[in-house]
Design a binder for this molecule. Structure first.
Ligand SMILES: [Fe+2]
Ligand SMILES: [Fe+2]
Length: 276
């Protein structure tokens, strides 16, 4: 995988996640898009779950249009694949980005320079089924029935696939994150599923053991943890969503996790991050 260097001077980055626009009534959607258009930011980062596959393109185009010429940087989330497959949705997004000038999908080798000291990388990530009770969990994930890649899989194969999706995201950052940290003091890592269980909450409370396999990407967490130790003078800030429960956790002295909150059906403008 080759690196793609993109220069996007940004002072104010808006972070959005889990908009789930397919679940929002027309009036809520219109209000959200109107507020987004008027908000003061230079670029927006969306960490997944914008919609479902059938309406993802339509919703991304609407977001990109109201942002005018301001960049919209996205990673996908598990819901964006509902009703389709990983390959089809990813290809659709690649095609869309080729036609929508201000839309940038992460996960294809991008190192985005936001300022002289700060860069942004991203990959959708996936829950890898390893946290909490792992494959012994008694809770089922609807993804297994709503995403084609998982359909018809028995439990063992499903968890094997989750492991490999988690590893795929770890491999991605293994190649890219050290490169970015060798050049930038602060690196923002965008991914859909939180890589550390310390930042995983459910309904605003601690996430029970049986749900954790679907709410964390430990493969990626282990990787980022290891890299953060190799770069003690650099700062890594991970931005994720997926749990819909906002948390902000310091994982170690130079490693932070921000998980965005959400209420499906009521998309909200998230937090603004100042880039120095
Ligand atoms: Fe979500
Ligand atoms: Fe999600």
């Amino acid at each position: 995988m080759s690196q793609i260097h993109i220069n996007l001077p940004t002072k104010r980055l808006l972070i959005l996640s889990d908009l789930h626009l397919d679940k929002a009534q027309a009036s809520y959607k219109a209000k959200f898009l109107n507020t987004l258009q008027k908000s003061d930011f230079d670029a927006v980062l969306i960490t997944g779950d914008v919609s479902v596959a059938a309406t993802l393109t339509e919703h991304l185009i609407k977001i990109a249009e109201v942002c005018g010429n301001r960049p919209v940087i996205i990673t996908t989330g598990n819901h964006d694949y509902y009703g389709s497959s990983l390959r089809e949705v990813d290809q659709g997004i690649t095609d869309l980005c080729a036609n929508q000038a201000n839309l940038i999908a992460l996960g294809r080798g991008e190192i985005i320079k936001l300022s002289r000291t700060t860069a942004l990388l991203g990959h959708r990530g996936w829950y890898d089924g390893l946290a909490g009770s792992g494959k012994k969990t008694r809770v089922e994930s609807p993804d297994r029935f709503l995403i084609e890649d998982f359909r018809g899989m028995g439990r063992t194969d499903f968890f094997r696939k989750l492991n490999s999706l988690g590893m795929e995201s770890a491999d991605y950052f293994r190649r890219l994150l050290p490169q970015a940290l060798s050049r930038y003091q602060r690196v923002l890592v965008a991914t859909h599923v939180p890589p550390f269980t310390q930042g995983v909450r459910y309904d605003g409370k601690g996430c029970v053991w049986n749900r954790q396999p679907y709410f964390a990407n430990r493969s990626l967490g282990n990787l980022i943890w290891g890299i953060s130790k190799r770069f003690p003078d650099r700062q890594i800030q991970v931005h994720a969503g997926h749990t819909h429960s906002a948390t902000s956790v310091r994982i170690r002295q130079n490693l932070f996790l921000e998980v965005a909150g959400a209420r499906p059906g009521k998309p909200i403008i998230g937090n603004f991050l100042h880039i120095s």
